[in-house]
Design a protein. Sequence first.
Length: 267
Amino acid sequence: MAAVALVIAAAGSATAAAPQMISNDGHRLAFYVTPGKLPAIVLDAGGGNDASYWKDLVPALSARTGSEVITYDRTGSGLSDEVPGPWKAQAAASDLEAGLTQLGVAGRVILVAHSLAGEIATYFVNDHPDQVAGAVLVDANLPEFFTKSETAKIVAANQSQITALQAQPSTRETRQLLAQAADFGPVHLAYHEMSWPPSIPATAIVSSSTPFDTPDDALLWKAAQADFVAEASNRRLIVADNSSHDIPIDRPDVVIAAIEQMTEQGS
């Protein structure tokens, strides 16, 4: 089971756009803005990746929608500061809100969250529903998936990979990976109790292969995505055929079309 891959991916380098540094709770984060019309599209990459994950989608989205497009480096990635201690989605949601506020982003945004960033989107939309016009959740970590039994399986599967990381030299990357893996069990059992506000439309895009190489976990992942969509009439499920978990790289056409539709709906 590719458990840690659910939380951890290879880190990327900073995006080519000029960074705008914002501050929140004593640390600084890099945001990158491509100007355009509202609603702004906010792209949030999966675990271990920074804003450069979206480098090919940003110009395509800007051209297709004419919208403002925003990416950012979360704490410990890209040009943003490290923050000691376990990584928390709630703190990341606070960072995102601070960034949008300090950048003066007007109106409600379209959130696009890949993988781990689904947790940030869920906390953000619960804390700031008035700031979100809609969301596209790309093979995202959704609360429905993290049952007690599945969370215990992931924690157990992660231990050998965490031990291997701890044995490596302490680098910015290994520290960030360990921060994301820390307290996984209690954090995700609490996340399982979260829900998405029914008033905020969402499109869930699920990969054909899922993040898992074990059939039972892959089935649960797909079922969780379907259950999420079934909970409200303003949600839609899309299967990205011939795609790994990295749907934005393997099937950018699917992601761009979903964002374009959500942007038109939120205008």
